[in-house]
Design a binder for this molecule. Structure first.
Ligand code: PGA
Length: 227
């Protein structure tokens, strides 16, 4: 299983360092990734892979407030999240913009975690609307890319404490699995209490965790559940 922690705008450089020390000291056969805020990026000793939550499709240049490849290279970062719903909705990243990022970081051979997921009104419209919506979010994305991981995160389940039901996750993941062979993560209020049931679903290869990853002991406790 892949356990990916998305800190969003939480943690500082200091607390991320403490977090990483503790997490790297914890031994597990599972794969663990952490996406700290940009100011906390660093090379940490250990097997936990560190990725960036966002970066611009550029080596460097005049893009105020953005990071390029040059800044990621300094810390040997080779993993990126693209398309998180908070960036699509709050920042306003469009599909065209995401495709550009995807193509650029694919060319750099990055491990890309590409996030997709529907709002509640689409889910309520039914399965066909859901499939159409997810198909559109994957348009122009090279699904045969070897270093690709997809994260399915229904927007209504993110940070709300409301997890999709096992049947909902299963149905969506099974559909997505007909489109690519990449690992498929589920995200949206994954926590210690539900990790076991979610991990039992055959088409779930891992989880992308926000809130429940912020406390390192809680995150480790979640990984422990799958011993
Ligand atoms: P959550 O966030 O675990 O707090 O729901 C998940 C995510 O946004 O990746």
């Amino acid at each position: 299983m892949i356990f990916a922690a998305n800190f969003k705008s939480n943690h500082t450089r200091k607390t991320t360092k403490e977090y990483m020390q503790k997490l790297n000291a914890y031994k597990t056969e599972h794969t663990v990734w952490v996406f700290p805020p940009a100011t906390a990026l660093d090379e940490f000793k250990g097997s936990v892979r560190v990725g960036v939550q966002n970066a611009f499709a550029t080596h460097n240049g005049a893009y105020t407030g953005e990071l390029g490849l040059e800044q990621l290279d300094e810390f040997n970062i080779k993993t990126i999240l693209i398309g998180h719903s908070e960036r699509r909705l709050i920042i306003g990243e469009t599909l065209g913009w995401l495709q550009e990022k995807f193509n650029f970081y694919q060319e750099q051979n990055f491990n890309i975690v590409f996030c997709i997921g529907e709002p509640l009104e689409i889910r309520e419209e039914g399965v066909e609307a859901l499939k159409r919506y997810l198909d559109e979010q994957l348009e122009g994305i090279d699904l045969s890319y070897k270093n690709l991981t997809i994260a399915y995160e229904p927007i209504w389940a993110i940070g709300t404490g409301k997890t999709a039901s096992i049947e909902e996750i299963e149905l969506t993941h099974n559909y997505l699995k007909t489109k690519f062979n990449s690992p498929l993560l589920y995200g949206g209020s994954v926590k210690v209490d539900n990790i076991k049931d979610i991990a039992k679903i055959k088409s779930v290869d891992g989880v992308l965790v926000g809130s429940a990853s912020l406390d390192v002991d809680n995150f480790i406790q979640m990984i422990e559940k799958l011993k």
